[in-house]
Structures are given as structure tokens and as C-alpha cells.
Design a protein around this ligand. Structure first.
Ligand SMILES: NC(=O)c1ccc[n+]([C@@H]2O[C@H](COP(=O)([O-])OP(=O)(O)OC[C@H]3O[C@@H](n4cnc5c(N)ncnc54)[C@H](OP(=O)(O)O)[C@@H]3O)[C@@H](O)[C@H]2O)c1
Length: 297
């Protein structure tokens, strides 16, 4: 049986991005969710653990998708640092399993990578800039990129920066954590020296699904319009959502004593997006207005 032209397998459908990929309306694609553990609210999902090569081959082979979108990862940067071999199994071996299955099934593979492939000395970075990851998360994501780019199937790597957005039941992210803490009157410490472009999860999801209608192969950066420090993000949250900015203490990232090193100036340049189809991006402040309404209702 041939691959079905509009069928897309979403790997990691239970995650923040995975759920956004499943939820978007009007995308003209049949989306099949796959999950590592059974999730009652994701009906019709198939069980798939990336690290199980036979399972990956069987699920992709049986489903015959035109595309596989890999939104699965170990996203706790400190947990990755603490357990490099487990992280490598998910990111590198897991991606290798997907590549083999896609090659066998004649499917294209889109995988999500990160601005953490850069060292943050001189960002924001363009797609052709030199990579130099500072931590296990970034290093293993970079190795996964190279597995996809060397594949004989159509391979796409989309690098994104810190994801945010809100839907009922979605896991907290930096923006929703800051918003909820301040709304509840809790003081927070926020770094002033880590800058990036916050990426709205729905905009990224729409871009990824749009790629399934294109013949693009290679690496592309997708991130939000605004390049901000974490502290500036929280300042804007306070402005737009009328929250008390005096609850926020500025700190430098070294003072947080995080286990894994983070790149500091690690935004992504997105000028290449103008040369291809992409959803019209809205500003961080525009998204915050929506987010604050949703979180109040
Ligand atoms: N979050 C960010 O700020 C950010 C920034 C830049 C790039 N990215 C990239 O964007 C992608 C999506 O991130 P996210 O924030 O949506 O992640 P997330 O919410 O942490 O979700 C990760 C997903 O991966 C699944 N997963 C982990 N190990 C797996 C395995 N062995 N087999 C199958 N599934 C597995 C998880 O399943 P369970 O539910 O079973 O755990 C979960 O569905 C990732 O590639 C990440 O590196 C994220």
C-alpha cells in the first residue's frame, strides 16, 4: 500500500507542541497521534516509544504516512545533563529509528530542534551559523539534526526557541509560570542575561504542518518576532496583563546555580522564513493579550 498523501504521524502527541499539532483546525491533513504512554483524551492514538526500533518500524510501516513530525524529546535541560546516555537514546537513537522507518516507508521526516545547538556568545543566529552546544540537551539535539539531514528520505530540521502559549490543561511554560506566579502575588527571580525569541506554540505548529504541503528539505529557523531577555519578557507580561512588576527580582543566570549551562544570547534569526510560506507572525504582546484572557476564563 502506498503512503497516503495527506496523512501525518505526530510523534510525541502528548507534549506541549504535540498537542498544539493535534489541536490546530483547518490544516487539510489527517493527523495520527502517537504517544509513549496511553493518554485517554488523545483518541485514536498509537503507542510508540522512540527508543524501541522495532515498534517504530512497525508503527510507521503500518500507518503509511506521507510525513512523520517528531515533537518528542527529553526537554528538561538539567535532566538531560544528569543522564547523558538516556538523553542520547531518546534524541539520537530515537531519531535514527525514525529515519530508518521513514526511509523504508517512503515518508518525509520533520524534526524539531533548538537554539541550544548554539553557544549563545553572538546570537541571534542564522541557519548557517556555526553550532557549539554547551550542554547535553543541545549536543544530542545537534547529533539528531545530522541524522535527519543525512537521511535518504525528505528530511527537515526546524529549530525553535523557548515555546510558550496556553490551552486548558497544557503544561506550564516560562510565560504561563511567570503569569500565574505574579497573578497569585508570588515573588519570582528572573534572569536578565538570557535572551531569545519566545516562540508561540500554535504558530510553530502551523508552520510545521504547512511544511507537510511543501518540498522543502534542510534546516530552517522558526521563532517569534521579538528578541527579549527573560526579564524583558516578564516586564511585558506585567505591562499587558497589569501585574505587579515589583514582585520580580532581576538576577544573572549564574546566580541560579542551574545544573546545565545555558546559552545566553541564543535567539534565532528568522529572515529566511520570508523566502518561503510561513504563517503571519504576531508580536509577543499580541499573544500575551490572548493568553491573559484565556487564563482568566
Ligand atoms: N519547550 C521549549 O521551550 C522548546 C524550545 C525549543 C525547542 N523545543 C523542541 O520542541 C519539541 C517539543 O517540545 P515540547 O516542549 O512540546 O516537549 P514536551 O512538552 O516536554 O513533550 C515531549 C514529548 O516527548 C515525548 N517523549 C519523550 N520521550 C519519548 C520516547 N522515548 N518515545 C516517545 N515519546 C517520547 C513525551 O511523552 P510523555 O508524555 O510520555 O513524556 C512528550 O509527549 C522538542 O523537540 C523540543 O526539543 C522545545
Amino acid at each position: 500500500m502506498k503512503a497516503k498523501a495527506n496523512k501525518v504521524l505526530i510523534v510525541g502527541a502528548s507534549g506541549f507542541l504535540g498537542r498544539a499539532l493535534m489541536r490546530l483546525p483547518d490544516v487539510g491533513l489527517e493527523r495520527v497521534p502517537t504517544v509513549r504512554h496511553a493518554i485517554p483524551d488523545l483518541r485514536g492514538s498509537l503507542r510508540l516509544d522512540l527508543t524501541n526500533s522495532e515498534e517504530v518500524m512497525a508503527v510507521v510501516g503500518r500507518s503509511k504516512p506521507a510525513w512523520v513530525v517528531n515533537a518528542a524529546a527529553e526537554t528538561s535541560v538539567d535532566r538531560c545533563e544528569a543522564d547523558p546516555s538516556r538523553t542520547r537514546r531518546v534524541h539520537v537513537d530515537g531519531t535514527t529509528n525514525l529515519v530508518r522507518a521513514c526511509e523504508e516507508a517512503g515518508a518525509g521526516l520533520i524534526t524539531i530542534s533548538t537554539n541550544y545547538v548554539f553557544d549563545g556568545e553572538a546570537g541571534p543566529y542564522g541557519g548557517g551559523d556555526e553550532t557549539n552546544p554547551l550542554n547535553v540537551y543541545g549536543q544530542t539535539k545537534l547529533e539528531a539534526e545530522s541524522v535527519v539531514l543525512q537521511a535518504s528520505c525528505q528530511g527537515v530540521v526546524v529549530r525553535a526557541a523557548v515555546l510558550y502559549g496556553y490551552h486548558q490543561g497544557s503544561r506550564p511554560n516560562f510565560v504561563t509560570w511567570s503569569y500565574s506566579s505574579l497573578r497569585d502575588g508570588k515573588p519570582i527571580r528572573v534572569v536578565t542575561d538570557e535572551c531569545t525569541n519566545p516562540t508561540h506554540v500554535d504558530e510553530l505548529a502551523r508552520f510545521l504542518l504547512g511544511l507537510c504541503h511543501s518540498d522543502f528539505a534542510g534546516t530552517i529557523h522558526f521563532a517569534g518576532l521579538d528578541y527579549l531577555s527573560r526579564y524583558q519578557m516578564v516586564e511585558r507580561i506585567c505591562d499587558v496583563c497589569r501585574l505587579d512588576f515589583s514582585l520580580v527580582t532581576p538576577v544573572v543566570s549564574a546566580a541560579l546555580g542551574q545544573f546545565a549551562r545555558r546559552p545566553l544570547q541564543a535567539g534565532l534569526r528568522i529572515d529566511k522564513l520570508n523566502t518561503m510560506f510561513a504563517p503571519k507572525l504576531r508580536s509577543f504582546e499580541d499573544h500575551l493579550r490572548d493568553l491573559s484572557e484565556k487564563m482568566q476564563s
